[in-house]
Structures are given as C-alpha cells and as structure tokens.
Write a protein that binds this ligand. Sequence first.
Ligand code: TXA
Ligand code: MG
Length: 341
Amino acid sequence: MRQGIDEEMMKQAGEILKAGGLVAFPTETVYGLGANALDADAAVKIYAAKGRPSDNPLIVHIAKIEDLYKIVKTVPEKAKVLAETFWPGPLTMIFEKKDIVPEKTTGGLNTVAVRMPVDKTALALIEAGGGYVAAPSANTSGRPSPTKASHVAEDMNGKIEMIIDGGDVGIGVESTIVDVSVDPPMILRPGYINRQMLTEAIGEVAEDPAVFGNDTKARPKAPGMKYRHYAPKAQMTIVEGTPEKVVAFINEKIEEELRNGKTPGVIASEETKDRYEGGIVKSMGSRKNEIEISQHLYSVLREFDEQEVSQIFSESFDTPSLGTAIMNRMTKAAGHQIIKL
Ligand code: TXA
Ligand code: MG
C-alpha cells in the first residue's frame, strides 16, 4: 500500500543525502540505493554497502529535465525526443558527462547514465537531496534487485542511514538503458520501454550484440551487464516449448527429485500452476497480464533462496511486450541453462 509522502521524513532523508549518507527509496522499476551523485565520497559508500565492483557505474537520477543540461555535455536531438516521450519513466540514457560529475560515480567512464523516474516518492527524494541522486538497485551485489522494502532491509540493514518504504514496485525489472552518445542510439539493457516503443519515437535503434545476441563471451557496453547478477543458490533450468510439453517434462523432473528425497521448485504461471504434481510451485502471475510477471520475478527468486529448494525448473516467459526484459534476467539467473523441447 502506497501512502502519502511524509514531509518530515523526506526532509530528514534530504539532509542525510546532502551530508553524504545513503538512503534507499522506491522507484517504479526497483528500489534504489541513493547518494549525492556529485559527491565522490558519497558514491564510494554505495559501492561499499553493495559490495559492488568499482568499475560498474551508477545511474544519476534527476527530478527535472532542465537539470540534465548541468551534468552532460550535449543532448542530441533524438535524446530530447526520448526524454519528452518517456521521462519521467523507466528509461535511462547515456550521455557524455561534464566534469561536475565525479569519476567515482561513473566508474571511471567519461559518460554518465541519467534517468528521471516517475515514482512520486523518488522525485520528492531527489528534490530534497539537491537534485542529483546516484542510485543503483538497492541489493547486495549478486542478489536479485529489491522490489519491496523488506528486500532492501534484508540486504542493507545496518549499512545505510534510511530506508523509505513505498510498498511494492510497479514494474519489477530495471530501466531500459539506451546509449544516446552514439548514432543510431543503442539499447544496452532491455526494460519496460522496449525496442518497438523506442523505434516509434526516434526511428532506427541498435541493440548491444553482447546482450541481445547469442555470443556470451562478447563484452557488453554497460559494464554491469557482464556480471551474472544473480546466481540462485539452487541450479535453475528454463524449459521452453508448448505448455503441454513443458508441464509434462517438468513433472517428470519433479518426480525424480522427490524420489531422491529432494525439494524442487517450479516457476509457473496462473494458467499452469495447478498442473504441477509436487515440489514448491510459485506462480509469476497470468500470462494475460505481463506486468504481473515482471513484478513478481525477483521476489519469487528471493523466496526460493529462503526455502532452500534443491533445483528450480521454470517455464519461459517470452511475453510480447516485456518478454525481452524478463528473459534477459531469467536467462542470467539460470546461467544460460535452457532446454528447448
Ligand atoms: O531501474 C533502474 O535503472 C534502477 C533504479 C534504482 O533506477 N537502477 C539500476 O541501477 O538498475 P544499477 O546500478 O543496478 O544498474 C545500472 C546499469 C549497470 O549495468 C551499469 O553498468 C550501467 O547501468 N551504466 C551506468 N552508467 C553507465 C555508463 N556511463 N555507460 C554504460 N553503462 C552504464
Ligand atoms: Mg543492479
């Protein structure tokens, strides 16, 4: 449940950020771990709290489009169109940075990632903190991104000054990242704003072959995309095919695990969840409602870790609009282990 913005708390949060401290906050995608983006020492604290490699740059969050011009060298025409079309919202763009942005924030790069979120609490926090909030997802490096305040508390309690609870997030996978410092602009990470939506706004867009192709050895342009991100404690296998074949195959595997005294987990959908004959079955939501599926992805993975399942078998969720974003995360979680029936 989302409550109104508590002004007193927001003032306090703003003071923490201005003093160089860390505040976790909700956005429409996932929870962020915020620090003053223009303060190198504050940015360094983010890396320490997350256990994040220092070459993995942070996204700078702003609350007003005008503020973009103070931190980037040029705003190409196409980026203006994208900002007008998709900001505030789940889109991050990469620009050439001005000197005012410390290299600690950008992982040593001369470009900076910028996003203007639509979540009201996020916008209020950015304003309160001085306008520029560097924020990666608020998880320990290597764990799934947090989609509820309780996930943030699991990973960050005792390490940061404040957690703002804004309830469950709406989208559940991180923002789409588009590099607008090149032409045609290139998608570096898939998200809610998909290729078709971008193309409708600005024409041709490219995709980073290291992320969208099959070559798992190529080097992604977004440094964070090279990390496996999330390795569930249990081995995970994605099973692709018609629903009938997938259910039958997974049921066979479940039976095998149970026979060996193990506890398998299944990632299912509302349409199929009652057809599995054992193990711990979790539904991601209905295939008719894609956003339900992206919303639940990371919490399902976290729950399976807690329940210590022996293996995870998952249906594929290559849904029409959000499928690329969802499967990008799932494929990584499964270490690219996919069975095609
Ligand atoms: O939805 C989101 O984007 C969330 C919320 C909190 O806004 N944030 C988020 O941040 O996902 P993080 O740090 O988990 O992911 C940022 C990604 C990383 O893969 C990083 O390598 C990439 O953005 N990135 C940041 N700056 C970059 C740059 N200058 N060039 C290329 N990639 C960059
Ligand atoms: Mg992250």
